[in-house]
Write a new protein. Structure first.
Length: 148
């Protein structure tokens, strides 16, 4: 990814293997441009709200979608989701939870906090590639969002 101001897909994932698998799946489906991977909840919020090391970010551009893991260091994924969805400037960004958690409580809380979709990561790479293809097709191509 060349320009952090033009991120279309923000992946918030602390597991390097899962992040790499997501990047490979995006690339395989030809939707890999303008992707940023961030490894913890605090840094993700800093990026989204232009704080900390991202305070000098000039662009008003927000990610088109956020792929969010739930089990994150520093700030948990559910808290990240809650903060994003409760802010009028970021509440409209589609957030897709992409997690290995099959816990019913995690799914219930995610929807209660405003998640747009909850997907359990497939273990098989080919199934994961298919899941990412569907995410990209729907959220980046078919879904229409207001420009502001």
């Amino acid at each position: 990814m060349n320009d952090r101001n033009e991120v279309e897909i923000l992946i918030v994932e602390d597991n390097p293997n899962d992040a790499e698998m997501a990047l490979r799946a995006l690339k395989k489906n030809k939707i890999s441009n303008k992707v940023l991977v961030i490894g913890d909840g605090e840094e993700a919020l800093d990026y989204i709200f232009k704080r900390g090391k991202f305070a000098q970010k000039k662009s008003q551009h927000k990610p088109k979608i956020i792929l969010l893991d739930l089990k994150l260091p520093k700030i948990d994924g559910l808290d990240v989701l809650k903060i994003i969805k409760n802010n009028p400037e970021t509440g409209g960004i589609p957030v897709i939870v992409l997690t290995s958690s099959k816990e019913e409580a995690d799914m219930i809380d995610s929807y209660r906090y405003g998640v747009n979709s909850y997907i359990i990561k497939p273990v098989d790479f080919d199934k994961f590639v298919d899941a990412v293809k569907e995410i990209g097709l729907y959220w980046l191509i078919l879904n229409q969002q207001p420009s502001s």
